[in-house]
Design a protein around this ligand. Structure first.
Ligand code: AP5
Length: 214
């Protein structure tokens, strides 16, 4: 099964994708995490993406499509993949559909995570993440056992530069303008499932599992 998690910044896509991918045995492919790894490794792609990401606007479609198709084509994705943060525009979704069809594959379900802008703003401005293993925390909603330190590996937690309030506001505008049209796109393909993502993390996980198994 190949899944897409769709939702605004801070909806909890990364938090839920890790749990769902583990539960179903899929590989988790986060476009944001892949881009941040490219930046850290100082690759040409990372350098090109940097300025767009820091401003809270989208990296050009052609760069993202070739990056994500490379990961989708790897052997670990053969049993199924869960896309988080991609596709994010209608041209990305169309490009993905065409390239998957060429490989005899398709998207089986798209889970739209619905949560209000005010709630995601609170989530993002309190987020901390582990630069070593990618675990995600929140200073109020899911704090680490010891403040500022990853529970699993003991690395000092960091904040993302694009979680500053002004950049979060821009990311939300970008989401509503460029990504929300995908709700209609996948609705027309009859693969869209909607979940309320405003509840607690465990509740949201249960809702996603339920709609994926329906
Ligand atoms: P990306 O990294 O994909 O960011 P995003 O989509 O904005 O999503 P986030 O990672 O911020 O949020 P999330 O939904 O994963 O929430 P999380 O689980 O962390 O993209 C970054 C940038 O890269 C983009 O702006 C763009 O420039 C570029 N980019 C990426 N993909 C692209 C593409 N396809 N095309 C073009 N450009 C692209 O949770 C957030 C916080 O909330 C955490 O602190 C968490 O602990 C907490 N939380 C989670 N769930 C709950 C809950 N149920 N209750 C309370 N708190 C919760």
């Amino acid at each position: 099964m190949n899944l897409v998690l769709l939702g605004p910044p801070g909806a909890g896509k990364g938090t839920q994708a890790a749990r769902i991918a583990d539960a179903f045995g899929f590989v988790h492919l986060s476009s944001g995490d892949i881009l941040r790894a490219e930046r850290k490794a100082k690759t040409e792609l990372g350098r090109k993406a940097q300025d767009f990401m820091d401003r809270g606007v989208l990296v050009p479609d052609d760069l993202i499509l070739s990056m994500m198709m490379d990961h989708i084509g790897r052997p670990e994705a053969a049993r199924g993949f869960l896309l988080d943060g991609f596709p994010r525009t209608v041209p990305q979704a169309e490009g993905l559909d065409r390239r998957l069809a060429d490989r005899g594959k398709k998207i089986d379900a798209v889970v739209s995570m619905v949560v209000a802008d005010a709630e995601v703003t609170k989530r993002l401005t309190g987020r901390w993440s582990c630069p070593t293993d990618g675990r995600i925390y929140h200073e109020v909603f899911s704090p680490p056992r010891k403040a500022g330190v990853c529970d699993a590996c003991g690395t000092s937690l960091t904040r993302r530069k694009d979680d500053e309030p002004a950049v979060v506001a821009q990311r939300l505008r970008t989401y509503h303008d460029e990504t929300e049209p995908l709700v209609d796109y996948y609705g027309r393909q009859r693969v869209l499932r909607t979940v309320d993502a405003a509840g607690e993390v465990d509740q949201v996980t249960a809702s996603i599992k339920k709609v994926c198994q329906a």
